[in-house]
Write a protein that binds this ligand. Sequence first.
Ligand code: SF4
Ligand code: SF4
Ligand code: SF4
Length: 752
Amino acid sequence: MEIDDFKRYTDGCFRGTFPPCMCECPLGVDIRSFIDKVQKGNFTTAYRLYRNQVLFPRIVSMICNQPCKAICIRKAIDAPVDMQYIERACVEFSRDKEPIDYNVPKKNHSIAVIGAGLSGMACALKLASRRYDVTVYERRDAPGGMLSGLLPKDVYLSEFEHEFKYVSYNLVLSKEIADVSELQADVVYVATGVGGNDFGLRKEMNQNSLGTKKEGVFLGGSLIGATPVEAIEHGARVSQSIEKYVKVGLMDGVPETYEKHTVNENYFRLSVTPDFPKESTQGEPDRDKVIAEAKRCLKCDCARCRDGCDLMQSFNKYPQRITVDVVATLHPIEQLTKRVASRLLNTCNQCGLCKEMCPEDVDMEDCLLQARRYLFKDGVLPAAFHDFWLRDMEFANSEQAYTLVQPGKNSRYLFFPGCQLGASDPNYVLNAYAFLKKICDNTSLLAGCCGVPADWAGDEMLRDKVQNNILHEWHNLGEPVMIMACPTCLKTFARYLPQIETVSLYDIMVKHALPQWKGKGGGNTVSVYDPCSSRYDSVMQRSIRKLLHWVGYEIEELSCHGKEAQCCSFGGHIHAANPGQVRKITAKRIMENDNLYVTYCSNCRDTFAAAGKECSHILDIVFGTGSPGHCAPDLSQRRRNRVELKNKLLPKAVKEGGKVIKEEIISLNISPGLKKKMNEHLILEEDIYAVIEHCEKTGNKLINRDTGEFTGHLCQGAVTFWVTYTEEETGYMLKNVYSHRMKIKENGNERS
Ligand code: SF4
Ligand code: SF4
Ligand code: SF4
């Protein structure tokens, strides 16, 4: 994958595009910013913003026919936002309505405007503010044009007077212009109103720049069919065209700021839960009512992915910004950009919720995984972020834990519990296997890792190696159907080993539910925690619910379940890259209700149990394996559990001298506090054994003569472990332990 390909991930993202109301507003009022100010009660700043965009705020707030209202998202929910009511209130309540007195140098060009209606006056105001020499010719005895039929004369005349307060221009009334050539100006704007004289120039004009075929003459406003508010927009737009013309001589320069934006239909697919019911907006504006009405505005923009993604929330970034940072990280430019997103892309749980939430299927899961792969290939993915899990996978697939039980020559089924289920509790695997064997005796068992840690670490070669080994065993067993207990293994197989036919353990359990499982739930209410990897396996999700009903539980669904399942914090192995984020996510997940959570991923179960939430694996409930509150095994215990599982599955191997348990080389006393720290910092007891063994063998240790404590270190994999310990009669007492990525130069040699 090339670096530029990463930019395309967010091609479909429409965050930041104009909301429908703004697209429909002829004057392009920035409604989100305007409303934001009103919602906070800042009427004066809201007025300034409004005035800068509409030029004649009092007039527009009284005559606009509100095309924004017709397209407002809120219309489909209850009633559209009454923008006119809010705009009128701003004009009413603003404490400062002084127009801006621009201090700009005088320009040499003269501009003639024919017609003092809204369009002509808007053009005149814009150009006179920039200190062009502007003269407006009006055939009637007063400016206003079609406003005379819409508003009281004193309203619009006083508005013109007010807005032109600091602007000097000439207004020539009662003057009919018969031909543009009689004017001595550099540029002419023809805005003679409905049915007015177009001097034969209307045909073949440029609809964007409003330039005509005649050099230096522009034409617009209601003369060419604009509504009153559109006429103001024409006046403002043509002022830009005229400036361009006097500067570079172009009649067809398109003023970019007045480009028409099309409504993005995706906005109508965003589901919203609105607060603030509609209240009457009839009569004179009232401050509180206006703020309440403004609060009904959803300030429409897309944030769907961020709403569900803890990564985006915690880094305060949306996909578009993330891809920019990812590109800078993959391709840092010396002294300009750094690997800014290194931690971010290793904080992604690989849950896929962003893609599910996004109306445009923007897939940040894949983007961030590909970025990990890219960095890995470049040799710059920080090894310590994934080192622990790669060593864990290696252990699960090592002689000590890897198990293949084969009852017959060819197997009909092959049970694949994954490496985590037995690590959590060997009885999960033993009971499930016993159950499966009762249904079909010719079921083999393969206990190892599916390779996802290598995938999450961006190491495709290692992942392929692990998965080729699985394929090899599967072929040798006669290509049986594989029964999967872990939703993450299932997702991984579906992606990388699609040739293997799989079925979830829980689908089989529903089909062969045993009568003795009934009644265990006692009619209590539980909440199902769907693992994020189960997102698109609605059959498995339904099986879990059916099983729970079979055993007698009521179910109260969590807000994020089914396709919107969220990661428990374990996915993507983000622990080393961002431990704080792991704690934050876990705390959030367990807060939702006080029900017992039931899940079918042992990592979700153990993550929640370790954080103090009562949570059962479905196998706990059915097979009575453990109580909802049973402790989650620590990392060292998880390894011992895998070894125990192998011993129980293959007792013969032990009897025959098969080396399946690594002897503990020393006796080590560890306090509960340090055990907790080791767990949080991904440190195993065997890492500590290795350090002490090394220190004792080499004598490479420092002694604190006051306390008698030794401190030593040893680098294993990508991590250096530091251990402080004392000698005891029967072994050692651990006093402290920590680890980090570092290189130590010893005797001139670099250790890593
Ligand atoms: S809710 Fe607000 S931002 Fe959305 S379309 Fe309506 S007025 Fe515009
Ligand atoms: S969900 Fe996210 S990625 Fe998709 S359009 Fe919205 S902001 Fe963009
Ligand atoms: S995969 Fe999950 S954690 Fe990663 S960006 Fe998407 S929603 Fe966020």
